[in-house]
Design a protein around this ligand. Structure first.
Ligand SMILES: NC(=O)c1ccc[n+]([C@@H]2O[C@H](COP(=O)([O-])OP(=O)(O)OC[C@H]3O[C@@H](n4cnc5c(N)ncnc54)[C@H](O)[C@@H]3O)[C@@H](O)[C@H]2O)c1
Length: 387
């Protein structure tokens, strides 16, 4: 028996839109899902934006005050897709009101914020899913299985990269992302959070690390109107960039493997150059988000000159079969959010978590805090997830 299930979205920028589309599509791909999401309400502070969302996607109501969502008995689950500084307050209030939450990374400004949200979710007995979407790619899941099965031998070292040009334009607006108070860290929370999650997902816990950070564009123009995503603000009053554009980090995994994680938001010539290379004693596995459905795999007994083959993921890998009937029919970024929506709603229906949870968010955030600490002190440090 399929049950109607009221959902709400708080913050209708890029991610609010993607979550909404995922709710709308999830039953197309997962017809056996026991819940049928219904778009009850959308909260957005920019005047008119919620109304536009309702007109386009069919939300039954709109509000400018997210507190009304917490008090709304029609709402069973809430997507929290507002800027980082609001994550903790909104998520704790929603969980306390008995709403299941699907929240975007990095879950607040610090590991303490992520911990507070994790605790609120546990105390309320609701489900909490987190937007670490790259781990949902079938090729990434395939890489994880291959590594865990020992197909590349014992892992020796890995490189994880997240390079983007989204903030490279000198006229890129000084949005919440560049402020300590509203964004928290810079590229750490924005991109390295995904890298930390991928590192843990593929290779296990990080025992210690040492990091270096830099700001390459120290000043930007303040926005002259409401923003969403990565807006431009030519002519706006200049203001300081308060958080890092770039991080490089050496990792030591608990397994003994070594790693390098590098992320940058101002890399001219790089568009979503996200990926990893993992090396083992007998092979290697490579993934590049821009060729999301391909995995480079080298395995065998040759050691030297061992060929690398391209595997096109297919219905046998991860969630691929829910989207395409055969290998090399491409899945896209938004599909990863449909996978996430499905795992979230399935968690609610079955009362047990599937996919990335708030525990994963606490661990990723602890790695980011450790990177910031290390960059400040110039020393090796250990990530310490707050208890
Ligand atoms: N998983 C991913 O791949 C991914 C990608 C981009 C962003 N994110 C995360 O998603 C979140 C949102 O990012 P975005 O790119 O969509 O940002 P955005 O700036 O495009 O959207 C944020 C929206 O929240 C609204 N908002 C601000 N204050 C509000 C309030 N008090 N009540 C209701 N709405 C409010 C803004 O007006 C805006 O429309 C961030 O935490 C970010 O880290 C995740």
């Amino acid at each position: 028996m399929v049950q109607a299930f009221g959902v709400a979205v708080v913050g209708f920028g890029w991610m609010g839109r993607v979550h909404t589309q995922a709710y709308a599509r999830v039953r197309h791909h997962y017809p056996h899902l026991a819940l049928r999401p219904e778009l009850v309400t959308v909260a957005e502070e920019v005047p008119g934006r919620a109304e536009e969302a309702a007109a386009q996607f069919g939300f039954a109501s709109t509000t400018r005050d997210w507190r009304e969502v917490a008090a709304d008995p029609r709402v069973h689950a809430v997507s929290i897709t507002a800027p980082n500084f609001l994550h903790r307050e909104i998520a704790v209030a929603m969980a306390a009101a008995g709403k299941h939450i699907w929240i975007e990374k990095p879950v607040g400004l610090t590991a303490r914020d992520a911990r507070a949200v994790a605790d609120a979710v546990a105390e309320a007995g609701v489900q909490g899913a987190v937007g670490f979407n790259y781990r949902n790619a079938p090729a990434v899941e395939a890489a994880r299985h291959l590594i865990a099965a020992g197909e590349i031998g014992a892992v020796t070292h890995a490189r994880i990269r997240l390079f983007s040009d989204y903030a490279a334009h000198p006229e890129g607006a000084l949005t919440w992302r560049f402020e300590r108070e509203r964004g928290g860290s810079g590229v750490l929370g924005d991109l390295a959070s995904h890298g930390a999650d991928l590192a843990r997902f593929l290779l296990g816990e990080i025992a210690s690390l040492t990091a270096d950070t830099a700001v390459f564009l120290p000043e930007r123009a303040r926005p002259t109107g409401a923003t969403a995503g990565h807006a431009r603000a030519a002519g706006g009053e200049p203001g300081p960039v308060e958080n890092e554009d770039y991080v490089s980090c050496l990792l030591r995994f608990a397994s003994g493997a070594r790693g390098v994680l590098e992320a940058c938001r101002v890399s001219v010539g790089e568009q979503n150059n996200y990926g990893f290379e993992v090396h083992g004693t007998t092979g290697a596995v490579h993934w590049d988000f821009r060729r999301m459905n391909e995995l480079g795999v080298s395995r065998g007994t040759a050691y030297q000159d061992q060929p690398v083959s391209t595997v096109y993921v297919g219905p046998g890998h991860g969630e691929f079969a829910a989207f395409q009937p055969g290998a090399a029919n491409a899945m896209g970024y938004d599909d990863l959010k449909v996978v996430e929506a499905h795992r979230f709603l399935r968690s609610v229906a079955e009362g047990t978590p599937y996919g990335a949870t708030l525990t994963d968010a606490v661990h990723s955030a602890a790695v980011l805090d450790a990177m910031a600490r290390s960059a400040e002190r110039g020393t090796w440090v250990s990530p310490e997830p707050p208890g």
